[in-house]
Design a protein around this ligand. Structure first.
Ligand code: ZN
Length: 339
């Protein structure tokens, strides 16, 4: 198992049927009708309807700690050594759950994972773009008292009709508070959404970014600036934003173009798999070679918000793994200066 970093997982998307039943039972709630439903979905809305209904069982700080702990244990088994986790506070505060219970529960899970699995990690607060910029700013204000628990801000949910430019002020404010910035773009939206995320929001990573390939100038810019793309192949298949065959996934072109792409799991309880499942499926489909799996792991580590020493330590683990299994050592693991 290659040591790697998870940079694109929505913690709410790790809520699987077993935990839904357990939390429903603990909180005296009915089990949501969609518990256990996974891909295929008719479309994005079909998925979101199931996803939001299931979240109703998450009520207490302990629930969020358990959710985080389940995910992190599974991630450790997938070789994840560092996890930067998305959380959508608005999905919970709208239901009356205090934001501190969400953030403190997940932070406790991250602290436990450091002790239990030797993993590092952090939280990325995402704004639900379909709720608009005012709600995003209110969410930022609500989480700032817990600034020390946060790594970055992000932008997720339905893309089309909610361009990144709408969120200029909230991202400016987050940057002024010293938070790093990422954004979903180019999953459904076109290359213009990726440009806006970079130029207007100051995004340091693009989540998905598949449609960036439609713009030659953008591809050159992403390559020159080593801008990371966090790619989620099984998610793309489940939501029909790529495919239908994994062999046709744009990841292969991204790697050929020299882009800093890495593979992640998005909403693994719904889309058919965790980070390792995504990688296995890509290899089985012939989209990437075994040696490229090491490149993807090194790209993920280099794209993380770990300090340089943390990146160097994980790249050394990747190099050691490559030598142990007789695989090619990824260039980034040979030349940390290129990170
Ligand atoms: Zn996502």
């Amino acid at each position: 198992m290659w040591p790697t970093a998870e940079l694109h997982v929505h913690i709410e998307g790790t809520l699987d049927a077993d935990l839904i039943r357990e939390l429903a039972d603990r909180n005296g709630l009915p089990v949501p009708a969609g518990a256990g439903r996974g891909a295929p979905f008719r479309d994005l809305q079909d998925f979101l309807d199931v996803y939001y209904a299931n979240l109703d069982v998450l009520r207490t700080r302990r629930d969020f700690q358990d959710l985080g702990a389940r995910y992190l244990a599974r991630a450790a088994a997938a070789g994840v050594r560092h996890a930067e986790i998305f959380v959508d506070p608005q999905s919970h505060t709208e239901r009356g759950v205090p934001v501190e219970d969400v953030l403190l529960g997940l932070s406790a899970a991250l602290a436990d994972a450091r002790a239990a699995h030797g993993m590092s990690g952090g939280l990325i607060v995402c704004f639900l773009r379909h709720l608009g910029p005012d709600a995003a700013m209110a969410t930022l204000e609500a989480v700032l008292p817990h600034r020390s628990l946060l790594l970055a801000v992000g932008l997720d949910s339905s893309e089309v009709g909610f361009p990144p430019s709408l969120f200029r002020d909230v991202f400016e404010r987050a940057a002024a508070e010293g938070l790093r910035r990422v954004a979903h773009a180019g999953e459904e939206g076109g290359p213009d959404y990726v440009w806006e995320a970079l130029d207007i929001l100051g995004a340091e990573r693009i989540d998905h970014g598949n449609r960036a390939l439609e713009d030659v100038e953008l591809v050159a810019h992403l390559r020159e600036t080593r801008t990371p793309l966090t790619v989620c192949p099984l998610s793309n298949l489940a939501l029909r934003t790529a495919g239908p065959d994994l062999a046709d996934h744009p990841l292969a072109v991204m790697l050929d173009e020299g882009l800093r792409a890495s593979v992640h799991s998005d909403d693994p309880a719904y889309f058919g798999g965790y980070l390792d499942d995504n990688v296995r499926a890509l290899v089985a489909a012939g989209t990437v070679t075994e040696d490229q799996v090491g490149v993807l792991a090194a790209n993920a580590v280099a794209s993380s918000f770990l300090p340089d020493a943390g990146k160097a330590a994980l790249l050394a683990e990747i190099r050691a793994h490559a030598e142990r299994v007789g695989a090619a050592v990824p260039a980034l693991a040979l030349d940390p200066a290129a990170v």
